[in-house]
Design a protein around this ligand. Structure first.
Ligand SMILES: [Zn+2]
Length: 409
């Protein structure tokens, strides 16, 4: 029996094809329609129709012409960077970092402004809404061109409900952000843990782009992890999993962690963990900030070097746990400052020492420093871009455990 395609199915099919072509253009730009035909398997007629519509919507532009073997020179397509913009904000204890990105994920405007967020959950939505409104006004980007706001926060965030479950840095617990912010700002709002935001940037535009399974570990004020499994962050049953910093690491007289537990890994390898190790080796040494400890180590101070080497050993063992559990293709370690080789050698040898069987054989290890704080805001903005480039089927079929969006309008 011959089946007819229902009009709704045709609409969905067109949306799917449009999404596929938009993403192929994003990933392979500049690209010709003939190359799109090869990559997509769609007919040239369908491609011409959809790309014309995308050009009309100002989502795609023709940027040049490809080499031709004769006849009309084929036009090359790319996502039109100014076709839309997204806002990303990263929440700190006493300030907000903001960035506006174009559709290429590039920062076109960024700024920070003071905001008393720590110990102030009750007024958070008001402070953020007014601050973000003023930021958008300063940027002079028309609001009609804004696709939404992404908001990155420390600590576990339920990305589905848009609730910041706990942030010890801000001293916030069960703070609902996405829905009320969306109502104030009249745009979709997405929230997630800041490291998941950064991983979102890496997956869309950065060095996580070519991996389906990668881990991003961030070192600095805390110890963060984003676990990208089959292109999406792994979240667990309550949507707040993958808390690498708080795995039990030290059992006998473990240090008190900010989360209230004893012996968490973060209490050993975060900035304050490194300082605690240094003080344990030099009890008479005066209190000093982390940057001074790094400077001491760079100048050859033996105790400072020893503290950092120990940190590398601790971190390497923790990373081996992750690699043994997830068998990722790539492990990206991102520090908030340039550590040089101060602890990398002990980190790598400890990692190798604890890797099980052949799990680490093809593991790619990328170590980089993320000194530009606005990259965190950029990551937050990428939550909106991920939603924008997501397939309609993927968005409809995501269950609570996989959901990566908290659209509240
Ligand atoms: Zn902890």
């Amino acid at each position: 029996m011959r089946q007819t395609v229902q009009p709704m199915d045709r609409k969905m099919m067109r949306e799917l094809n449009q999404n596929m072509l938009l993403n192929l253009i994003r990933l392979h730009a500049p690209i010709s329609r003939t190359q799109l035909k090869k990559l997509s398997g769609l007919s040239l007629g369908t491609i011409v129709g959809i790309t014309s519509a995308l050009i009309e919507q100002e989502l795609v532009i023709e940027t040049g012409v490809a080499e031709s073997t004769g006849g009309r020179k084929p036009g090359l397509l790319e996502v039109y960077p100014e076709g839309g913009y997204v806002v990303g904000i990263d929440l700190r204890e006493h300030e907000v970092l903001g960035a506006i990105l174009n559709l290429h994920g590039n920062i076109i405007y960024c700024d920070s402004w003071p905001a008393q967020l720590r110990n102030n959950a009750a007024h958070a939505v008001n402070i953020l809404a007014h601050g973000t409104d003023a930021f958008i006004a300063r940027s002079q980007i028309p609001r009609s061109k804004l696709l939404g706001l992404g908001c990155g926060i420390s600590g576990p965030v339920n990305a589905q409900t848009g609730v910041n479950v706990d942030s010890w840095i801000l001293n916030w617990h069960n703070v609902e952000l996405a829905r009320p912010l969306s109502e104030h700002l009249h745009m979709p709002v997405f929230t997630d843990n800041a490291v998941n935001c950064l991983a979102c940037y890496k997956k869309l535009y950065g060095n996580g782009q070519k991996y389906r399974n990668f881990l991003l570990v961030t070192l600095g004020r805390g110890l963060g992890l984003a676990t990208v499994i089959r292109d999406d962050p792994f979240r667990g049953a309550q949507g707040i999993g993958a808390e690498f910093g708080h795995i039990p690491f030290y059992f006998e007289d473990g240090r008190l962690c900010e989360c209230g537990n004893y012996g968490c890994l973060e209490a050993y390898v975060s900035d304050h963990g490194i300082l605690a190790t240094y003080r344990s080796l030099a009890p008479d040494a005066p209190e000093l900030p982390i940057q001074n400890l790094v400077k001491l180590a760079q100048e050859g101070d033996k105790v400072a070097l020893q503290a950092l080497e120990r940190t590398g050993t601790y971190l390497g063992a923790g990373l081996a746990t992750l690699v043994n559990l997830f068998n990722p293709e790539c492990l990206i370690i991102e520090g908030s400052r340039d550590w040089g080789d101060l602890f990398l050698h002990t980190m790598k040898s400890s990692l190798q020492e604890h890797i099980f069987s052949q799990i680490g054989r093809d593991l790619e290890l990328i170590v980089e420093s993320n000194a530009d704080l606005f990259n965190w805001a950029r990551g937050a903005g990428c939550l909106v871009l991920r939603d924008f480039f997501s397939s309609p089927i993927r968005l409809n079929s995501m269950g609570p455990q996989e959901t990566v969006r908290a659209r509240s309008s």
